[in-house]
Ligand binder design. Structure first.
Ligand SMILES: NS(=O)(=O)c1ccc(O)c(NC(=O)NCCc2ccccn2)c1
Ligand SMILES: [Zn+2]
Length: 252
């Protein structure tokens, strides 16, 4: 598992001008009245499987048509939902990738979408400046269980190693906060290949999850069943990157 500090050796774009994540400073964000609400049209049944890919746990969706899309807000086209995944720490309130006024959260959910109007495949979109849109939900650890996150955390024991299992009819809308107020800025993938192709939409309101639910993410392994070394999957987050003059806009 290579660490973020050495990524620039193989991926020079790691030191580029629109890298993610960033620290969001709310009072420095520009309120842009032209920014409308984000609209989520997620079809109930396009989820397919949940996979431990050795870097995170990913729920993949059928993106062969426009049944599950995000549109509006900063987006000029509808973007198709392809997958969602999480980033988390090893304890406490560290583990999110984006921070807010220097404060990090215990975990962060990324809902990854691609611009299927302008590009033929996800791979092509992933290298285009307006190719991807990632919707972010910050996970705040307090006490109570999140009533829907357990659907995911209860499946994690099945993907402890680098394997996949099916997940039917999971609508990720249930993992979002009640308010869809957001900050938005132009950035990149937060893992190699770090392509600068992401329009980031970070929801302001965190969702509340429990220590128990977070603990289930931390029992995942980076390693496969056949490997003799067992390395716990934790701290799979990149720290905030330089803003390099970018403006963060807010929807309210
Ligand atoms: N974290 S993120 O920016 O939302 C994001 C979204 C879609 C992606 O394909 C990726 N990156 C990704 O899949 N990279 C290939 C697998 C990988 C993941 C982590 C480290 C090294 N390689 C990141
Ligand atoms: Zn991510």
């Amino acid at each position: 598992m290579s660490s973020p500090s050495v990524w620039h050796k193989n991926y020079p774009v790691a030191q580029g001008n629109r890298q993610s994540p960033i620290d969001i400073v709310p009072h420095q964000a520009l309120h842009d009245p032209s920014l409308g609400p984000v609209v989520l049209n997620y079809d109930q049944c396009t989820s397919m499987n949940i996979t431990n890919n050795g870097h995170s746990v990913v729920v993949q969706f059928d993106d062969s048509d426009d049944r599950s899309v995000i549109q509006g807000g900063p987006l000029d086209n509808p973007y198709r939902l392809k997958q969602f995944h999480f980033h988390w720490g090893e304890k406490g309130c560290h583990g999110s990738e984006h921070t807010v006024a220097g404060n990090s959260y215990a975990s962060e959910l990324h809902l990854v979408h691609w611009n299927a109007v302008k590009y033929k495949t996800f791979g092509e979109a992933a290298t285009a400046p307006d190719g991807l849109a990632v919707l972010v939900s910050l996970l705040h650890k307090t006490g109570d269980d999140h009533r829907w996150l357990h659907v995911i955390t209860d499946a994690l024991y099945m993907v402890k190693f680098k394997v996949s299992t099916t997940v039917n009819c999971f609508n990720p809308k249930c993992l979002l906060p009640s308010s869809l107020h957001y900050w938005t800025y132009l950035g990149s993938l937060t893992t190699p290949p770090l392509h600068e192709s992401v329009i980031w939409i970070v929801l302001r309101e965190p969702i509340i999850v429990s220590e128990k639910q977070l603990g289930k993410f931390r029992m995942l392994l980076f390693t496969g069943e056949e490997e003799d070394q067992r390395i716990r999957m934790e701290n799979n987050f990149r720290p905030p990157q330089p803003l390099k003059g970018r403006k963060v806009r807010s929807s309210i």
